[in-house]
Write a new protein. Sequence first.
Length: 251
Amino acid sequence: MNLLHLSNVQRTYNANSSHPVYALKNISFDVNPGEYIAIMGESGAGKSTLLNIIATLEKATAGEVLLNSQNLNKLTPDEAAKYRREHLGFIFQHFNLLDTLSNRDNIYLPLVLAKVPVAEMDKRIKPLASALGINKIIDRYPTEISGGQQQRIAIARALITQPDLLLADEPTGALDSNTSKEILNLFDTVNHNGQTIIMVTHSAAAASHAKRTLFIKDGKIYHELFRGNESLKDYQEQISNTMMTLTNGGE
C-alpha cells in the first residue's frame, strides 16, 4: 500500500486575476514506505510548492493528496497543524533551532507541543542521540555548536516524533562539502532503518543518495531516475546530465 499518493495535483496562484500563476500542473506520483526520493528542478520550477502541499502548509487547487489514506486537502488549519505534529518530520536548510533553548529542549519541542510525557521523551532521545553522534552536545545551546552539529540536532528533532514521512528542504544547502557528506550519510542510515524521506535539493551530489529522483520543470514532472544498483558516482552523473538537459530546454 502506498504511503503517499498524489493524483493530478495543481496549484494556481491569483486564479481569478488576468495573470494567474500555474505553480504545479497535474503532478501525479506515489511514494511507498521506506522510499528515499529527491526532487530537483530549477528555481521557480515548483519544488517548494510541492513540498509545502505535502507538508499541509498549502492546499492544492485541484487534485488529490493522500498520506496514509488521509486526504490532506480536506484538513482544517487546526487539523493540519495536529497532523503535521503527529505524522511529519521537517528538516530545513537553516536548521530553525531556537537559540534560547538547549539542544535537548529543541529536540523535545514537538513532543512538548504534543503533550508527550517526559519519561517517553527521555526514552526516545537516547537511541537518537547515539545514532546521530550528539551525546556530547545535547545539553549545550545552538549558538555553541557548528552548523553540521546544528543540523544533527534538527534531524533528531524531526525524527523524535517517529514520523511517517520525513521532509527535507535543501538540508545540506548551508553546509560545507565535508559536513554535507556526513549529513547525507546519516540520511542513508535513517532510510536504511526504514524511514521514508522526500528531499528537495539543488545538489546532484545530495540527490545521488536517494533511491529515486523526480525532476520538475514548469510545474510538471519532466523526468524521473531510479538509482537501482548504480554507484553514487554513476548515479550523480546521470542526475547531472538530466539537470543539464532540463536547464538547456531539452525534451
